[in-house]
Design a protein. Sequence first.
Length: 333
Amino acid sequence: MLILAFESSCDETAAAVVRDGREVLSDAVASQADMHAVYGGVVPEIASRKHVEAIAALTDRALAEAGVTRSDIDAVAVTYGPGLIGALLVGVNFAKSAALAMGKPLIPVHHLRGHIAANYLAFPELEPPFLALCISGGNSMLVDVRGYTDMAILGATRDDAAGECFDKIARVLGLPYPGGRPMEELAQGGDDAKYPLPRARVAGNPLDMSFSGLKTAAVNLVHNAAQKGEALDRSSLAASVAAAISDELVPRAIEAAKQCGRRTMAAAGGVAANGRIRGDLERACREAGIRLYLPPLRLCGDNGAMIGSQAYYEYLAGSRADMSLNAYANLEI
Ligand code: KG4
């Protein structure tokens, strides 16, 4: 089954063709990051306009690179939430039009389910159940993937997402947006214990996370050093931030896997590209006897292939949308 999939929830426009949920025939992505970098973050109105400009040409590119025509496509899939509402609406309306014009079924896909499914593209043997650590620019959560379309949230951030924390600290350090990768580069050779940063404990659910205190502590550190004219060891601060974020995530992921009896874990989302977090996860999973899947870097960020993968399983589970499909800024997994 060939699925033409669209993703436009934030600042990447993407179109892909995926066979049977596992084989990527094409994956065309147009990033707008450079456009937003000038403003230090995503400007929703600009994101929507750039999606409109890019999506038709990307569709042609995805079909051409896959070596297929519209008549070969069996279904159309699209991210319908969560994300920036104006950005999502572009993908949803384009996908509705495409499905209607082509006379094919339309499959709505949850963005984070797509991030998790990126692992199915890289690891043919991976099947639910497993524990997923979803860490992106807008979300951080621990998900028990009981089945391809049966998921339960075990813990989530109460405030900022892990990626947002990297991005905001990067901003005060004068690094470009998005700040995760530049922060990782800056952290090379830094002392990760030089700046003691808080690790949050959240009342109620110990698997819930919090990043805003850590973010504020790091931002204050930068401002205080500037006000006092003190030199800041930027590299060690970046390393200390990565260590603190990793400490927030990794032990909880292990605990979550234990709680739901999973022996397999998969990471997902843009922050899963981070070397410190990947290394800590590998070590912790080895010690706990958990098999770990880390998606290749190109599949960590937003892309259309992951939506095409998850869409296949949504289709098998009977999920279809009609022309009344809407987009949702917030959406339960
Ligand atoms: O999954 P994604 O591409 O978009 C969302 O769905 O949010 O994630 C983007 C986030 C940004 O916050 C970016 O700074 C972060 O992923 N990121 C990283 C790295 N690469 C991207 N964070 C830490 N280390 C990285 N190497």
